[in-house]
Design a protein around this ligand. Sequence first.
Ligand code: AG3
Length: 275
Amino acid sequence: MRLIENWFSERYSENLQLSFRVMDQLLSVKTDFQRIDVFETYDFGKLLSIDGTVQLTEKDEFVYHEMITRVPYFMASRKPRSALIIGGGDGGAAREFLKLGLERITNVEIDSQVVEVSRKFFPSLASSFSDSRVTLIIGDGAEFLKENRDKFDIIIVDSTDPVGPAEVLFHKEFYNSVKKALSKDGIIVTQSGSPFYQPNGLKLAYNGMKEVFRNVSVYTAFIPTYPSGFWSFTMGSDSPLSARGDEVDPGKYFNARVLEGAFSLPQFVYELISG
Ligand code: AG3
């Protein structure tokens, strides 16, 4: 007879949480920046949590990582060759950019422990850091951009929620330094939270980008283990944002129809960003 059941829960509010029944807790470590936990869940494989919020699970990470990389890749007016990832210490975004054939990927992660944990528990993501096309830098992304002289075709912000250490990554000042690091026709994408539970995160990203880039668009994806399952990404560029028209290689979530449809926003999301 099983007397004790173990659950990991992400709290959305006083009154709501999402719980995963877990077989085991594989790790819990407090770093200089945050608390990192890894669980073996019953339904979603291994789960990585930072400060109690789900960052990824083995079962559904493909949605987030395909959508944060392939959408900007196919929207760029010229075929992208280089990318900068701010955050992304698990290696999932770098893995996807490698699949797309990018030649130069720089990944700046603030917390070395995220990389270590991922190397140990999520090797299918973190192995991308062993590829010679990927340069991993442990440091503050905002600081990195202040010093940086390189240009990138795509810059993505694969951060935690826009509260706490990641908040600076959603402000106009940060987007200004992103702009300087983008090549001509370059594109930035940031994850911008759940439009339903975190409307202010999305507004922050959208309004911040609007002040800096000529064109800003929001797109969404279905990510089962994130709050509400309905997730937003915000994209900015000084060039027009429309699909390049290259033949689109489908992923596991991404395909040509998703590329088009992801930009069709429900009315409440549309009103959030136009208000
Ligand atoms: N980074 C964005 C995760 C945000 C999830 N928020 C939450 N569960 N409240 C994902 C990192 C994957 N590379």
